[in-house]
Design a protein around this ligand. Structure first.
Ligand code: SF4
Ligand code: SF4
Length: 282
């Protein structure tokens, strides 16, 4: 019995010595800056930087392969802290947030068939290019909401994705997942947007959506410098953003929204202070 205990103890001791030596020989040196950088990052592992997670980005930063400004969710403070740790000058990119360019919920935009499949926009899009008649409208099945690491997206009861301007960090995950390319990155300071994503002619848009852009040029006439009409769709020139507000009340279909006046109807962001298009009108 004693011999067995001694021999087992001996084997254990030898194994411990071998493991100890191996750990020393094969130890990977970690740059202390990498740990400090990881500490400074938001820890959201959202991938906005182009790396699989914050640890990959921290390593790339420490090895001089990444730009501190690529952590858009971290904001100016994080970028400044990264730059301080690396001893480089901080660049502060213009903050950008995502906006869903559509207001065509179930009450305003017509379907071409009733979709009864799994609740996933990409699955629905594969079935005859989606149940909505509008080829660019939000399908409202929430694929974007499910990937947002910051809880910045909600789907209204009438089936429209809406993004919180307060919670969005600009990570772009929702943009990548949306099959309709209806989510766009925009300057965070821009509050006026044409919430439509259809390039169909006005007469066609009128048939399937009551709140779509009909390319009537009225916005362009009201604020020529702020609106561009391309391929039957108006868009705000964000460089001239301040002037865009002048056209909001003039738009006959109310597809231009000034978020300073409220979010699309049915969402709870902004304390539920959501303006219906009729409220937005003059
Ligand atoms: S709304 Fe989109 S861009 Fe904004 S934080 Fe969520 S996934 Fe990222
Ligand atoms: S914005 Fe795109 S991903 Fe999100 S609910 Fe609408 S169609 Fe789906």
């Amino acid at each position: 019995m004693l011999a067995a205990i001694l021999s087992l103890g001996g084997i254990g001791l030898i194994a411990a010595i071998i493991l100890g030596l191996a750990a020393k020989k094969f130890a990977v040196e970690v740059d202390p800056r990498e740990l400090a950088l990881l500490d400074a990052l938001p820890g959201a592992n959202c991938g906005a930087c182009g790396y699989p997670g914050c640890s990959g980005f921290a390593r790339a930063l420490a090895e001089g392969r990444a730009d501190p400004a690529d952590c858009t969710p971290g904001g100016k403070e994080t970028v400044a802290e990264i730059a301080r740790i690396l001893g480089v000058a901080a660049t502060s990119p213009e903050p950008r947030i995502a906006v869903v360019l559509c207001q065509g919920d179930r009450n305003r935009a017509a379907d071409k068939y009733r979709y009864l499949g799994i609740e996933d926009c990409n699955a629905a899009q594969k079935l005859a290019e989606g149940p909505k008649q509008c080829p660019g409208g939000c399908l409202g099945l929430g694929s974007c909401r499910r990937v947002c690491p910051f809880g910045a997206i909600e789907i209204t009861p009438a089936g429209l994705a809406v993004i919180s301007r307060e919670l969005c960090t600009g990570c772009t995950k929702c943009v990548a997942v949306c099959p309709r390319e209806v989510i766009r990155m925009t300057p965070a300071a821009a509050e006026v947007h044409v919430l439509c994503n259809s390039h169909d002619k006005g007469a066609v848009v009128r048939k399937y959506c009551s709140i779509g852009c009909i390319a009537c040029h009225i916005c362009h006439k009201a604020a020529p410098q702020a609106y561009v009409i391309e391929d039957f769709l108006a868009r705000v020139d964000y460089a001239q953003g301040a002037a865009a507000a002048a056209a909001v009340d003039k738009c006959p279909t109310k597809c231009i929204r000034d978020f300073a006046r409220g979010y699309p109807e049915g969402c709870t962001f902004g304390g539920g202070a959501c303006a219906a298009p009729s409220d937005v009108a003059a």
